[in-house]
Each structure stands twice: as C-alpha cells, then as structure tokens.
Design a protein around this ligand. Sequence first.
Ligand code: ADP
Ligand code: MG
Length: 250
Amino acid sequence: MPAAAAGGGRAIEIRGLRKSFGANEVLRGIDFHVERGEVVCVIGPSGSGKSTLLRCVNLLEEPDAGTVRVAGAEVTGPEVDIDAVRRRIGMVFQSFNLFPHLTALGNVALAQRKVLRRGRAEAERIARENLDRVGLADKVGAYPAQLSGGQQQRVAMARALAMGPEVMLFDEPTSALDPELVGDVLGVMRALAEEGMTMLVVTHEMGFAREVADRVVFMDGGVVVEEGPAARMITDPGQGRTRAFLSRVL
Ligand code: ADP
Ligand code: MG
C-alpha cells in the first residue's frame, strides 16, 4: 500500500469535478471532501447528480475534469490502478445485486475470493464475521429469495464490508425497501458510523441524516448549493433552495 493510503490525507477530496452525458452537464464543478471517520449525507432532488458524484469517486463514471482523491491517492490520475482504488471503497446501491444461486455466505465470500484471492476457508470465515456484524448470523445458509429486502441489503453491506474498505459509499440504500424494513438497514449503518467508519451516504432519510451524519451536503442542478453541520442544515438551512427541498421531503 502506498504511504498516502496508510497515512495522511482526507478520506475523499474532490476538486472541480465536472461530468457531462452528451449535452447534459450533470456535475458542474463540485468541490467537496470527507474527513476520515466522518459521516456525510448528500441530499437533493432527483436528477441533481448525487449518484453520478458517488460513481465518480470509485470511477464507475470517468470525470471530464477535476480531481478525486481517496485516502490521498489521486484516482483521476493517469497511472491509477482502478482495481486497487475500488478495493478501498465499498459501495452499496439501492438494488442489492446478489447472485440468486448463491447463499448469503456464498455471496459475501465470492468477491473476496475473486478480487482479493482469499482462499475458501478464510473468505468464509470473514463472510461469517461480517454477516454477524449486520445481524444475519442465522441467515448464512439462506438464498436471496428466502430473505426480505432489508436482509438482502444487509447481505450486500456485509459483502462490501468483507473487503475491508476504508470508505463506504451508500446510494439510497433504503429507497427500494418496504417502510417496515428501512429501520434495520439504517440501524446497521448507524452502528458502522459508531465504529468510526468513513461514510458518504446519499439518502432521503432525514432522521438518519440529522442523527448520524456529521455534515449534510445539499446538491441541486449539479452543484453543491450548501453544506454544513447536520442539525443546522436540516432545521435551519441558509439557502432558499435547500429550504424548498426540505419542505417537500420532511
Ligand atoms: P440523482 O442521483 O441525484 O437522482 P443522477 O446522478 O442519477 O442524479 O443523474 C443526474 C442526471 O444525469 C440525470 O439527468 C440523468 O438522467 C443523467 N444521467 C445519469 N447517468 C447517466 C448515464 N449513464 N447516461 C446518460 N445520462 C445519465
Ligand atoms: Mg441517484
């Protein structure tokens, strides 16, 4: 691991990030950072560029301009090892994307074996530890179809955590869940935050943002309109656009 990865630097540092799809400029110069151990929630209307921002952090999208640094290493640099970057960043999406023919244990072990080249016994041991961490110790042998949406999302979280990421990205992790299943997933995320995990979370769950986030960032139209401490951003934002958005979602 390069010194920058083990040592100093912010967890995520983004400068002047721009991204267009054809004529549609989706990110119009984003400056943004996440400190180590910090939990940052990104909120904003649909289409404001939140997912694109997250996807630029782990290079699922290639930025047109600007720099993205993860743990001090520039991921937008010419000699970046994309796979090495992605190993350090866990990502959880709205859709769980589990393999239906593999058990929870198999799903959590697979990427460790393929990407990290862990042997079966080690991968399964770490899979069990992480399924336990997300409250699914009793579901290791269950197939996705036998699990609720909330349980499937927690398997997806265990899969990401088993890779030992330095940063976790969440893109609306509870948006596809029935309301009664949302709390379990948010509870696991809250526990991760309390363990000191660095987290960047796109969410519409304002209660979670207010209680768990250190900072809230409001995006609209491909720019960061406003950011600040979670409590102030949600109860007393400075910008009219932020207030208008919050009045629709709260
Ligand atoms: P959000 O997550 O805030 O809802 P997105 O980042 O998903 O916003 O999308 C922002 C804009 O970028 C939308 O207009 C969307 O249609 C467009 N967009 C996102 N991904 C692509 C893509 N792969 N190709 C073309 N347009 C895209
Ligand atoms: Mg999105």
